[in-house]
Design a protein around this ligand. Structure first.
Ligand code: ADP
Ligand code: MG
Length: 354
């Protein structure tokens, strides 16, 4: 039997993808995924996430010159069956004329396992995925979340070296999504499988990914851990795409940026460099509007764990500040903004694409 204790490492070399109609979906891509890692492909619709996943699966093939390796073995021209990968899609792609148990056992049947072995492994898998009670139901008798559990169980029962998930939670409602996300997270750690997880949802990406690949129009915009992506975006696209962020723009001289509401100091500010970023949670609001940057509360929203406050006049645009949920700021109130210099995100000019 073709089993592996751990996932396979994956390497893409120079993988470009042009479709038959001439669409260039992927610019030449190099990507290394160590065994056991969960790598998330994140980006807006149409940026090439699914295409990348399908290349890894063996459902598409790269243009001439591209190579794909699993554990240093070239699989570029191998089919999906030969690569021994598991896949889960947004649409469940389950067999409607089979029961839950039959769906889950399908891969083992294809591998010509003994019926007693199949029954045993299916039972274990259903147990593990909390699907035991549904074993004899048909797919149309299940909820969306249950279907996606079945799809997951079906994908992992053959113990694939690589698990590929394409927006598996997108069709589910928010509560179910959170729950299943936590389950998938635990499952991936437990299995030790190498997983490539595609999503356009940044929260999902940060919760699940060991590393995140942010993609933009068929190219990699940045690769990094969730914290690197969030706290040290390398370019405007990543800064704007991930989370809420404030942009400050203005002329810089003597490490100070002139803003409508005052002066922003920062050792990292280089003369002439006119754009920096700051996360809403990295700004402190004070009642004392003297000194520093001044503004007026334009709007305030209580979101439970925090107050989100929009401040006018401190910059060219409204500045978004997240403050403690118990703080009180009323519309029209003058406020001061305190930003510690180390909390400013200054893009490295060299890593910023033209
Ligand atoms: P994502 O999954 O990030 O939304 P895709 O990888 O599906 O993006 O698509 C990337 C680009 O390739 C898009 O412009 C899409 O329209 C195009 N594309 C995808 N599949 C095909 C295909 N079979 N033929 C032609 N163009 C395609
Ligand atoms: Mg897609």
């Amino acid at each position: 039997m073709n089993t592996h204790d751990h996932g396979a490492s994956i390497r893409l070399e120079n993988c470009k993808k042009t479709f038959a109609d001439g669409t260039l979906a992927l610019h030449p891509l190099d990507l290394s995924v160590p065994a056991g890692e969960t790598l998330v492909l994140l980006g807006p619709s149409g940026c090439g996430k699914t295409t990348t996943l399908r290349l890894i699966a063996g459902l598409e093939f790269p243009d001439e010159g591209g190579r794909i390796l699993f554990d240093e073995e070239e699989v570029t021209r191998q089919s999906i069956e030969q690569r021994h990968v598991g896949m889960v899609f947004q649409s469940y792609a389950l067999f409607p004329n089979m029961t839950v148990a039959q769906n889950v056992g399908y891969g083992l049947k294809v591998q010509k396992e003994q019926p007693t072995v199949i029954n045993q492994r299916v039972r274990e898998m259903l147990e593990m995925m909390e699907l035991g009670a549904l074993a004899h139901r048909y797919i149309d008798q299940l909820s969306g979340g249950q279907r996606q559990r079945v799809a997951l169980a079906r994908a992992i029962i053959t113990r694939p070296r690589v698990l590929l998930l394409d927006e598996p939670l997108t069709a589910l409602d928010a509560i179910l999504r959170d729950r299943l996300r936590a389950d998938i997270n635990a499952l991936l750690r437990q299995l030790g499988v190498t997983a490539i997880y595609v999503t356009h949802d940044q929260e999902e990406a940060m919760a699940l990914g060991d590393r995140i690949v942010v993609m933009e129009q068929g190219r990699v915009s940045q690769i990094g851990t969730p914290k690197q992506i969030y706290f040290s975006p390398q370019n405007d696209f990543v800064a704007d795409f991930i989370g809420q962020i404030n942009t400050f723009e203005g002329p810089v001289s003597n490490r100070s940026m002139q803003l409508p509401g005052g002066v922003l100091h920062g050792a990292a500010l280089a003369d002439g460099h006119g754009r920096i970023y700051c996360r809403p949670e990295d700004i402190q609001l004070t009642n004392n509007a003297s000194g520093g940057i001044r503004g007026v509360v334009h709007q305030s929203q209580f979101i439970g764990d925090r107050n989100r406050v929009w401040v006018k006049g401190a910059s060219h645009e409204l500045v978004i500040v997240d403050s403690d949920g118990r703080s009180e700021f009323s519309v029209g109130q003058p406020v001061g903004l305190q930003i510690r210099p180390e909390q400013l995100i200054v893009l490295d000019a060299q890593s910023e694409r033209a």
